[in-house]
Write a protein that binds this ligand. Sequence first.
Ligand code: SF4
Length: 444
Amino acid sequence: MNAITLPKPPRVGLVSLGCPKNLVDSERIMTKLRSEGYDMSPDYAGADVVLVNTCGFLDSAKEESLEAIGEAIAENGRVVVTGCFGKEAEVIRARFPQVLAITGAHQYEQVVEAVHEAAPPMPSPFLDLIPEAGLKLTPRHYSYLKISEGCNHRCAFCIIPQLRGDLVSRRPDAILREAEKLVEAGTKELLVISQDTSAYGVDIRNHARMWHGREVRPHMTDLVRELGQIAPWVRLHYVYPYPHVDQVIPLMAEGQVLPYLDIPFQHASPKVLRAMRRPANDAKVLGRIRNWRELCPDIAIRSTFVVGFPGETAEDFDYLLEWLAEAQLDRVGAFKFEPVEGASANALPDPVPEELKQERFERIMALSSRISTEKLAAKVGSTIEVLIDAVDPETGGATGRSQADAPEIDGEVHLRDADRLNVGDFAQVIVEESDEHDLYGVPA
Ligand code: SF4
């Protein structure tokens, strides 16, 4: 009997930079390429072409993107660039004229075409099979689920709307179908992402869709309720405190969606928020946080803040610290304001000197660490649910996350005597110790 010799598929190397949204784009591109028979190469040397998915949000991110492109060219030489920084093709070309093609964010077809040109595909029924849920770059047990692209706001420090355009929501049934496939393929936790999750559907308001015999509106509450039926854990990122967010809190209290809200407040001083042109700039937000905690005492709130925005006075900053002390947010990330080319904030008067930015950064981080330490200490002695991310057969230990911890950005739960556990398991854990960011415990 003659054996069939399969052609050697072309191999693509991937360097994915930037935020989780970019990672989702990389997953989509690689899924498409895999469906066409391409293989992935784990190193530069084995790749027929290297794809660099860039971030162009901050100047520091652009520099990192240029370094990654330079490295790919030095190591392989056949490089296609895509992602947010692709918008500044002339900057990339000036530094690296030998780049084969440059495409921008979400230009999936163009990227795939550029890869076709650099390393032509070899269609084959033996190579075209992909897992139902596509190829993923995150571990199997958690997945990012992108529900929309772009943003209708125009925050003064941000150029995302220029890079990615206005809000375009995905159809609710398409999102739910993707969620279902991911869960069938082993996902335990869905991380809902977008630029503005609470604005989901405002552009397709009248396009309700049928899903398993039910009508689902393109609206955050409908979508979240349905997702809660599909995945054990659903975590909401990039939520703005619009009034309808209040409707999601009962779903958290009922356990349909994780009691976790990632709300990028960015500041608290009404004057600074106005200058930043932030959406949902609501002076009563502290009162709403109190109500949320009454309805759902376990809710964990994560946020990011920018310090040293132009015109931020000592009073504005003190206001922010007092607000944070009152709000008792569980997780806080802070950034020093950095001008981004093309952002309207660059033209604002009264820049804050670098040393002052640094001092304010250290003060807000010290306060948030204090709050976090106290909140975590209060969990010692309790039993919590943990999703296992890693196990160490040598020590018998494991690392996971509680409902209050998103992957990569929040804390972890370190377990001893956990050798019966596997990655992707849920475990009940007795908390024995805590520190600034993490918990330590043992399976119950
Ligand atoms: S809400 Fe503001 S910061 Fe977020 S993407 Fe839109 S414009 Fe940028």
